[in-house]
Design a protein around this ligand. Structure first.
Ligand code: GAP
Length: 445
């Protein structure tokens, strides 16, 4: 076992913390929950939003060559015919004839024994199971009204390729990016929010001319994504970029790299980066009969661009940030006593709360008012929270939700206008003039 795995948090600890502190709840919990669906609470919603914003910032806003997009979840069923999802987007499943539980064949360690009830040779013959979720559009519930919830956001971009390049006046190489919900009727959802039935994807579709530079662009995107994970503090020893072999890649893909993280149960895919050739645009042109080629006005030529895709699951990435940030440490307090604390060492841009402001006493109106004023003064600049009470408990709570700075207004503040600022990781404490707080935090966040 490598060192990265030895000190790992368990999934039980992560799910308990996520529930206790209001990150993630089971969907429809009061009715017993619904397998594969989760709700993000008052801390989980900002955590996931920060992860998405960090992706968006790096993939769209900081580049001059990527435009934004937001397509509908339900699209014309022909989209899924052309993309191949109707015909080949399935997993192979088996049922146990005794306990009636259903399994993905490739997830079974032993195909001769049911892992749930232990029955021997109780599985049905393997069958294909399509993963798309079906619905009906309009008042009729017949086959002509069948539609699907998208299993990936990418197809919305492909079918709009011409609309986008013409209106945004873009010429390959350029990209189209979107973040949105996708749905897959997974046979066996599990590992908390890792494999779910409703999730969010952040997808970049980058179109390049067939001029011999396509593999270089593919590797540039791999490097950019590596840089992103590293900038936001994901431990490099828990991240790997796995190059798919010829046999593992879909037939149309020229290259493929999976970004994988070492979760407590082992390596799991976070993102796939693929060179998808002209496959998607070709497929839609063939079925729709519409021209989706790029027309180059300058030299009056037409061509189908090649496509480099980066597709990351935002729920899995959020889970990765939670797990990667988790730390349990023992330290010695000023009285020589051992204290244990759980701390989420989030990157400041990812942390749901960046600065918590406390009044040392709940029953002193002057302190409470001063602390509330400090908090409201910082609120336009940072993600803040106000709290009051026992300082030890307040620190423990903020450590557990990953808040980088805690600011305490105490009796001394009323005399010298200074507050105590405590840094999460080092637990170092500084005395800072209240009117200097914004600058102090800005330099450190
Ligand atoms: N457009 C390409 C595409 O969808 P994918 O490898 O099927 O590729 C991309 O999915 C990413 O979406 C995965 O790496 C994963 O992070 C996320 N994802 C896929 N299925 C998921 C599920 N059931 N639950 C959570 N995330 C999922």
């Amino acid at each position: 076992m490598d060192s990265a795995q030895e000190t790992r948090v368990t999934m039980e600890e992560i799910t308990a913390l996520a529930k206790r502190r209001g990150f993630i709840f089971q969907s429809s919990e009061i009715y017993g929950g619904l397998n594969g669906f989760w709700d993000f609470g008052p801390l989980g919603a900002p955590l996931k939003r920060n992860v998405k914003n960090a992706w968006w910032r790096d993939t769209v806003e900081l580049r001059g060559d990527v435009v934004a997009f937001d397509s509908s979840i339900v699209m014309h069923p022909q989209v899924w015919k052309a993309s191949g999802h109707i015909d080949v987007f399935h997993d192979v499943m088996v049922d146990c004839k005794v306990c009636k539980h259903r399994f993905r064949l490739d997830h079974l360690k032993n195909r001769a024994q049911c892992p749930d009830c232990g029955s021997k040779d109780s599985f049905t013959e393997p069958r294909n199971f399509n993963l798309m979720m079906k619905t009906f559009v309009g008042p009729m519930e017949d086959t002509s009204a069948v539609a699907y919830l998208r299993p990936e956001t990418a197809q919305g971009i492909f079918v709009n390729f011409k609309n986008v390049y013409q209106t945004a006046r873009k010429k390959p190489p350029f990209g189209i990016a979107q973040i949105g919900k996708s749905f897959r009727n997974e046979i066996t959802p599990g590992n908390f929010i890792f494999r779910v039935r409703e999730f969010e994807q952040a997808e970049l579709e980058y179109f390049v001319p067939d001029d011999g530079n396509d593999m270089q662009v593919f590797h540039e995107w791999v490097e950019r994504r590596k840089g992103w994970y590293s900038n936001y503090g994901i431990k490099p020893e828990r991240l790997r970029f796995y190059e798919l072999t010829d046999a593992e890649r879909p037939h149309y893909a020229k290259a493929g790299i999976d970004v994988e993280y070492l979760f407590p149960w082992g390596w799991g895919e976070l993102e796939s980066i693929a060179h998808r050739t002209t496959y998607d645009l070709d497929a839609h042109m063939k079925l729709s009969g519409k021209d989706l080629q790029y027309f180059d006005e300058a030299n009056k030529t037409k061509y189908t661009p090649l496509l480099i895709e980066s597709s990351a699951g935002m729920d899995r990435t959020t889970l990765t940030f939670l797990i990667d940030a988790y730390d349990r440490e023992t330290s010695v307090d000023p009285n020589g006593k051992n204290i244990e604390r759980v701390v989420l060492r989030f990157h400041p841009q990812i942390a749901p709360v960046q600065a918590a402001v406390f009044s040392l006493a709940r029953n002193r109106d002057d302190l409470v008012e001063r602390a509330r004023n400090v908090e409201s003064g910082l609120r336009p600049h940072f993600r803040t929270q106000y709290d009051e009470g026992n300082i030890g408990q307040l620190y423990r709570r903020q450590d557990e939700i990953g808040t980088p700075f805690c600011i305490t207004v105490d009796h001394q503040t009323l005399e010298d206008a200074a507050v105590t600022v405590r840094e999460r990781d080092s637990m170092r404490q500084d005395r800072v003039q209240a009117d200097q707080l914004e600058t102090y935090l800005r330099e450190r966040l």
